[in-house]
Ligand binder design. Structure first.
Ligand code: XLS
Ligand code: CA
Ligand code: CA
Length: 441
């Protein structure tokens, strides 16, 4: 049974191709430095947006045409696995990601839900034997079901805390079974709406306890994984506890978890937090905390999590710049946590959307590599911060001075001269690199 009968394997045809079902810039085998594009970019497909999303919104019902949705219950879950592996193969993608409830329906009890999961996990494991596509990360959904109305590990209700723990325990077992590279915690409803009825200290302490138990259990079952926290500032709660990388890092340090976690950084969450995507990547990178990436983009005019496919080349370039500066993503990857727009409801749109995202990041990679090779931004920084490479500046960074000596120095200054930051020139140079990357192949 084929779910995408009129789509062949997607191939690289180059920038002049007019075939919507071909890569124009993503050429998996092309070498950038000493690695292939496929190895650097490590693309992943998000199961939820691609195989379970129906494109409903608060004003309209689901309209996505998904041939596997003619089934229900476990039959539908099985059909989705078939469709997924056909999709992975045709898109030639190395990774996928899922929540527990994306792959198997919840039963009426936890035992039944776990049984459903076991069936589907065994099926996925079987499909993975003949597929190159591996599991980048899995997670559990502890936010959709009504029991999670007040949160999961940060709920006021200890029974919910226990239930959430049981779900993560199972999630770790599933991750181990399928050889997942990472395990993700996105906050879901871990946050609050108002302090009027919230004991924030207890909730944060409980979250810390929860993460320690997860780390301990992964050790106990010998699951060699990388734990990732995915920050988001708001939605669904008014204030999410893992607001952004900086606050997440402070949380991890406060609860002595910084050695066990890194961050999964989503572009749309970065912009919701009032940061740029590259800010979040940079902040994580300089602290050795950049783990993986949810590659998408928000809409500049909308204040919520639109999870669009990434097509903004300026942003993919600056993101790839950070990723290359990080020495790559290690065990992480670029997971398309992105959904087609409601108007793009045909199955083939799923391919075209991923192609758009993969090509956009391939361009970003090429331009970023060129910017690094030519030391474009390095030279800007070197020049702009040159006052710290000699004299009083060098004394400051080498810790050889104090307020007395600095005051002495300042008293003798007749004039302080600043230089232009040259921002327009820098932006224009980046445009030149972007355009040249397109023209030269
Ligand atoms: C929601 C998040 C979610 C996580 C995984 O906004 O992006 O999809 O990536 O739970
Ligand atoms: Ca995400
Ligand atoms: Ca999101």
């Amino acid at each position: 049974m084929s779910y995408f009968a009129n789509v062949d394997k997607i191939k690289y045809e180059g920038p002049t191709s007019t075939n919507p079902l071909a890569f124009k810039y993503y050429n998996p085998d092309e070498k950038i430095g000493n690695k292939t594009m496929e190895d650097i970019l490590r693309f992943g497909v998000a199961y939820w947006h691609t195989f379970t999303e129906d494109l409903s919104d608060p004003f309209g019902v689901g309209i996505a045409i998904r041939p596997w949705d003619k089934y229900t219950g476990m039959d539908r879950a099985k059909a989705r696995v078939e469709a997924a592996f056909e999709f992975f193969e045709k898109l030639n993608v190395p990774y996928f990601c899922f929540h527990d409830v994306d792959i198997a329906p919840e039963g009426s009890t936890l035992r039944e839900s776990n049984k459903n999961l076991d069936t589907i996990v065994a099926m996925i494991k079987d499909y993975m034997k003949d597929s190159k596509t591996e599991l980048l990360w899995n997670t559990v959904n502890s936010f959709t079901h009504p029991r999670f109305v007040h949160g999961a590990a940060s709920s006021n209700n200890a029974d919910v805390f226990a239930y959430a723990a049981a779900k993560v325990k199972k999630g770790l077992e599933v991750g181990k079974e399928l050889g997942a590279e990472n395990y993700v915690f996105w906050g879901g409803r871990e946050g609050y709406e108002t302090l009027l009825n919230t004991d924030m200290k207890l909730e944060l302490d409980n979250l810390g306890r929860f993460f320690h138990m997860a780390v301990d259990y992964a050790k106990e079952i010998d699951f060699d994984t990388q734990f990732l926290i995915e920050p988001k500032p708001k939605e669904p709660t008014t204030h999410q506890y893992d607001f952004d990388v900086a606050s997440g890092y402070a949380f991890l340090q406060n609860y002595d978890l910084q050695e066990n976690f890194k961050f999964n950084i989503e572009a749309n969450h970065a912009t919701l937090a009032g940061h740029t995507f590259e800010h979040e990547l940079y902040y994580a990178r300089i602290h050795g905390m950049l783990g993986s990436v949810d590659a998408n983009q928000g809409h500049p005019l909308l204040g919520w999590d639109t999870d669009e496919f990434p097509t903004d080349l300026y942003t993919t370039t600056l993101a790839m710049y950070e990723i290359l500066k990080n020495g790559g993503l290690g065990r992480g990857g670029l997971n398309f946590d992105a959904k087609v727009r409601r108007g793009s409801f045909e199955p083939v749109d799923l391919f075209e959307a991923h192609i758009a995202g993969m090509d956009s990041f391939a361009v970003g990679l090429k331009v970023a590599q060129k910017l690094i090779d030519d030391k474009v931004l390095e030279s800007v920084l070197e020049d702009r911060y040159k006052s710290y490479s000699e004299g009083i500046g060098l004394d400051i960074v080498e810790g050889k001075t104090d307020f007395h000596k600095l005051e002495e120095y300042a008293l003798e200054l007749s004039e302080i001269k600043n230089e232009s930051g040259k921002l327009e020139r820098i932006k224009s140079t980046i445009n030149q690199y972007l355009l040249n990357a397109m023209v030269n192949k």
